[in-house]
Design a protein around this ligand. Structure first.
Ligand code: HEC
Ligand code: HEC
Ligand code: HEC
Length: 473
């Protein structure tokens, strides 16, 4: 039974929050450095995308130096320095402490980590892989002797101890090898669930910010972007072939189908593009058999849902990209004019994109034919950026030039002409996404929690946790 012990530990810890006891043991494998686990560890660190978060705030900084700010609904969380620096990094972590941080979310000094560190996914890491990762971080990464700023969330989220209760609810059973399944499926599940932590974005969260396992990979909002349903249902990736999935994971671009922006572009740029063909294949095979969760009508972008009415260029106002002022004065809220001025130079007047599809079709596109229009809005607000081995993808951001009404207007034009005409965008949605997406219930409930007093609230949460767990048995 996990609650009472970690709960008590946590409460005890609460009173010693200020005293950062180091309690560090020295690395156990200083002697006998073997290259093989280091190289294996480097590959695993890529697959687990450690560098995506543990990076410095500026591009030029050292890998794994930390300091990068992760915006969470509860406030900003700073990624730690995980270089082998003894003073500012994890140089003093023993392998056992390293394992605990990765799989249980507990720092060497005993403090709970916030789940912005995906330990709920990493809890399934095998001991061999933890050993390889540890070897890599101790011997394959250069130490950076520079401090990172402290994370300071607003009360009551600054009480790290509340994570003990959270873990009790949401730190679920880890990945285990299933001998009934093929090696490919086991490997695919390990890569998707444990290393790739795909569910951190693609599984919706409940009121307490835990992943809702009943809707595993069925689609969720992440910072305004929408990580779509990637279960095998036709409203997910049911109409994708294994080859298309592999190509998407490697490059973020499947012709006449989908492109990766937002957090997906980052996952591809920092992690997925480095994986072996065999590993990407295993992931695709695994995804194709994830039990289907239907979230709406089937999505099949190869079938344009209807004839696109041909638009004669003669009837159109001349493109206006030579005159950004005309757009930014906010007076133009005519979607067609905005589209022809801001988008048609790349995506073409008829929305078909360029012949080579470097500038993609907006007709055969999951961003315009999907379950909602959030990724269409977000790509206009923030643009699309991805660096792949031999080329750079860059759609400019229009968030500065166009106001929310204009973005709604151009989105509605795109949807009605090229995309799913059932979808409609209003300016309020654009405003909401501009601010980082819908606010989770936990944050909305904060004034109430504050009033109730945090100790009382934590006690209630603890009690609920206890009752839910008991009911589950
Ligand atoms: C999605 C973002 C994210 C990813 C991916 C991630 N981390 Fe973290 N990690 C964090 C954040 C944020 C913290 C600090 C959390 C806090 O302060 O509570 C952290 C903390 C840690 C710590 C504790 C360090 C300390 O003493 O402060 C270790 C060790 C660590 N991460 C290792 C890793 C390794 C190894 C990987 C890859 C296998 C990894 N992390 C991947 C976000 C991430
Ligand atoms: C940081 C958040 C994040 C993580 C982690 C992430 N995704 Fe995504 N994913 C997204 C977003 C956002 C999109 C939509 C991108 C777009 O259309 O611009 C997406 C799109 C996709 C798509 C295309 C779906 C469609 O209908 O267009 C697939 C397939 C996919 N992700 C698979 C994965 C897999 C497999 C993993 C784990 C290895 C993963 N994703 C990890 C956020 C994420
Ligand atoms: C300078 C060229 C350029 C302009 C102008 C441009 N785009 Fe794009 N657009 C791109 C590129 C490049 C991509 C991504 C291609 C890739 O990922 O391979 C893209 C992708 C997209 C996507 C898919 C995004 C996703 O993440 O799934 C949508 C939707 C889109 N653009 C809509 C628009 C709209 C609407 C406008 C006008 C407001 C516009 N674009 C203006 C170049 C452009």
């Amino acid at each position: 039974m996990r609650l009472p012990s970690s709960w008590l530990l946590g409460v005890a810890f609460m009173f010693s929050l200020a005293s950062h006891a180091s309690g560090a043991a020295s690395p156990s494998n200083a002697a006998n450095v073997n290259d093989e686990p280091i190289q294996q560890g480097e590959y695993l660190a890529r697959a687990a995308d450690c560098s995506a978060c543990h990076r410095p705030p500026e591009e030029s900084g050292q890998p794994f130096a930390g300091g990068y700010v992760i915006a969470s609904p509860m406030g900003d969380i700073i990624a730690s320095n995980i270089t082998p620096s003894r003073e500012y990094g994890i140089g003093d972590y023993s392998e056992a402490q390293f394992k605990r941080a990765l799989t249980e979310g507990i720092r060497a000094d005993g403090a709970h980590l916030y789940p912005a560190m995906p330990y709920t996914a990493y809890s399934g890491l095998t001991d061999d892989d933890i050993h390889a990762l540890y070897s890599y971080f101790m011997h394959g990464v250069e130490a950076v002797d520079e401090p990172t700023p402290e994370t300071s969330l607003p009360f009551p989220f600054n009480l790290r101890v509340s994570m003990a209760a959270w873990n009790f609810l949401f730190l679920d059973d880890a990945y285990t090898h299933d001998p009934e399944q093929s090696d490919t499926l086991n490997r695919g599940r390990y890569l998707v669930d444990t290393l790739g932590h795909c569910s951190a974005c693609h599984t919706p969260r409940n009121a307490l910010m835990g992943e809702n396992n009943d809707r595993y990979l069925a689609g969720a909002n992440v910072g305004g972007w929408y990580a779509p349903n990637i279960t095998s249902d036709a409203s997910g990736i049911g109409n994708w072939s294994v080859e298309e999935l592999v190509q998407y994971l490697r490059t973020g671009h499947v012709e006449n189908k989908a492109q990766a922006g937002g957090g997906m572009a980052e996952a591809i740029e920092h992690s997925l593009r480095y994986l072996s063909d065999e590993d990407l294949h295993s992931m695709a095979v695994y995804l194709k058999q994830v039990p289907p969760t239907a979230i709406g009508p089937a999505i099949d972008v190869s079938q344009a849902p209807r004839e696109v009415e041909p638009v004669s260029p003669a009837t159109l106002e001349p493109p206006r990209n030579d005159d950004p002022q005309a757009m930014s004065d906010g007076k133009r809220t005519d979607g067609q004019t905005l589209y022809n001025g801001a988008c048609a130079s790349c995506h073409q007047i008829d929305g078909q994109g360029t012949d080579d599809q470097f500038y993609p079709s907006l007709i055969h596109n999951t961003a315009t034919q999907g379950a909602n229009a959030d990724n269409l809005i977000m790509s206009v607000l923030q643009g699309v950026h991805r660096e792949i081995d031999d080329y750079t993808v860059a759609m400019p951001a229009f968030g500065e030039q166009l106001n929310d009404e204009q973005i709604a207007a151009v989105s509605n034009y795109v949807l009605s002409q090229f995309g799913n005409p059932e979808l409609e965008v209003d300016a309020a949605r654009v405003t909401e996404l501009r601010q980082g997406g819908p606010t989770p219930l936990l944050v909305k409930a904060m004034p109430w929690l504050m009033a109730a007093g945090v100790i009382f609230a934590l006690f209630v949460v603890g009690l609920i946790v206890f009752l839910i767990r008991r009911k589950r048995r």
